[in-house]
Design a protein around this ligand. Structure first.
Ligand code: ATP
Length: 468
């Protein structure tokens, strides 16, 4: 296959109705994206799969949907008001603005170096040290090559707004930058109402907002995105075993939804890279067209968050273990990932260009069938067959409740190609013989093999094809 670049993904996404640039008719709004009919299906299928693996198939886990707007004290307790900032530097020569930590990472990736500031601790605060580190190691501006920087400034990533009807007099509140804190503040509610015993996990899918300094790479880093997070509460001392368990579980889920293991890697954080409250963290990284980058983070967060909320709220968020008659503040393992970032990975990983014959190229999205926006397409060979085949289409809709396409416009070859490009695993062709032999042709997206199947056997034939 020819080299995959982001332009090909962006162009297919727009052309076929996965992702459009946001506010396009008004000239756009930088780094915002709208998800079209196929994009919504893809995102929903990703969320369904995560929900199924992390919640439905795990009896110990449950789900929450907490508010986006929370009391600002939550963000004081979590450390986001004080520390959730990125170190921002400007190139004095070309005026481009960078995130100092990412700039070092990108430099390392590009130059196969391992430059690493000593005081790096996850969300570290910008300091003169960082400035000196970049300048003395000659980590140059990637736009103009200069080594002439402003000193780093801390830039808080939380979006601020006001709650209340009188402008200027309302209470300052924030759009949540992660879904996790909604889980921590509901720990006691959930534990007591659901009578869960430790260990158990609370999962949440929802929007988060970060005023990123360097958004970009299509939907990789945006200011508005959805997260799928779980906080798994366990007994202190058992957390590292659970950390390994959820790390492998998460990684296997990525393999399960069809991501090629050659494009995935796990990167354990070094001791001096760990956030101060974490005793183990691993990133799952993917090989994007622009290089390796984070897909998902799995962190052992100790009892930091619950303790912070206990201290600031004055409420008892500890757990009483009936069997051992002991009280403790649970430790927490958190797998956290973005829905749209996962969608980008899925699109990049599934994208294939196949050379067919002399000068023909077939673009095919080899999506896991369960993630495909259309599971099946019903295609009458000729317009005259539309009425009969439409009946079959309606019957399939009723039987499966899937998103199924019906398309009777254009040549059959063109219709196959359109469905290859959007990843439809099976095309069902209804031809003139179908009227007589009550059979249809089922074409497989990847092999392009065609099979004749009796219509009465079609439901059974399709039923087993979409499992994880
Ligand atoms: P980065 O270092 O890339 O900014 P992070 O380490 O701050 O990310 P986390 O806070 O660990 O990210 O967030 C967990 C997950 O949420 C990430 O692995 C990613 O999948 C997703 N995510 C975070 N920020 C964004 C964003 N701005 N746009 C899209 N997805 C995001």
């Amino acid at each position: 296959m020819s080299e995959l670049n982001m332009d090909k993904i962006v162009s297919l996404a727009k052309r076929r109705g996965f992702v459009y640039p946001g506010s396009e008719i008004y000239g756009g709004l930088a780094n915002t994206w709208d998800y079209g009919p196929l994009g919504v299906e893809l995102l929903n299928n990703i969320k369904d799969s995560w929900r199924r693996k992390f919640i439905k198939e795990r009896p110990e886990n449950i789900e929450l949907d907490s508010a986006i707007l929370l009391n600002s004290k939550v963000w004081e307790a979590s450390g986001h008001v004080g520390n959730f900032s990125d170190p921002l530097m400007d190139c004095k020569k070309c005026k481009s603005r960078i995130r100092a930590d990412k700039h070092i990472e990108d430099w390392n990736e590009k130059n196969s170096t391992k430059l690493f500031p000593q005081k790096w601790a996850g969300e570290f605060t910008p300091s003169k040290d960082l400035f000196e580190f970049i300048t003395s190691n000659k980590i140059l501006c990637s736009k103009c090559g200069a080594n002439d920087w402003t000193e780093p400034k801390a830039f808080n990533l939380m979006f601020k707004t006001e709650q209340g009807v009188i402008e200027g007099e309302g209470a300052l509140i924030y759009l949540r930058p992660e879904t996790a804190q909604g889980i921590f503040i509901n720990f006691k509610n959930i534990q007591t109402t659901s009578r869960k015993k430790i260990p158990f996990g609370i999962c949440q899918i929802g929007k988060s907002f970060r005023n990123e300094i360097t958004p970009g790479n299509f939907i990789f880093r945006t200011r508005e995105f959805e997260q799928m997070e779980m906080e798994f509460f366990c007994k202190p001392g058992t957390e590292l075993e659970w950390f390994v368990f959820w790390k492998n579980f998460t990684y296997n889920w990525f393999l399960n939804i069809g991501i090629n293991s050659e494009n995935l890697r796990m990167r354990d954080h070094e001791k001096d890279e760990l956030a101060f409250y974490s005793n183990a963290t691993t990133d799952v990284e993917y090989r994007y067209p622009f290089g390796w980058g984070e897909l998902c983070g799995i962190a052992s967060r100790t009892d930091y968050d619950l303790k912070q909320h206990i201290n600031l709220s004055g409420k008892d968020l500890s757990y009483f273990d009936e069997s051992q008659k002991e009280k403790f503040v649970p430790f927490v393992i958190e797998p956290s990932l973005g829905v749209q970032r996962t969608a980008l990975v899925i699109l990049c990983d599934a994208y294939n260009e196949e050379i067919i014959g002399e000068n023909d190229t077939r673009i095919v999205l080899k999506l896991h069938p369960a993630l495909a926006p259309f599971k099946v397409a019903v295609l009458p060979l000729a317009k005259k067959l539309s009425e009969e085949s439409y009946k079959l289409y309606m019957a399939l809709l009723k039987e499966f409740g899937w998103n199924i396409d019906f398309d009777d416009v254009g040549s059959i070859g063109k219709r196959y190609r359109r469905h290859d490009e959007i990843g439809t695993p099976y095309c069902i062709t209804f031809d003139f013989d179908s009227l007589e032999d009550k059979s249809v042709t089922v074409r497989d997206r990847d092999s392009m093999n065609q099979e004749r199947i009796k219509i009465e056997n079609l439901n059974n034939y399709l039923k087993d094809k979409f499992r994880f």
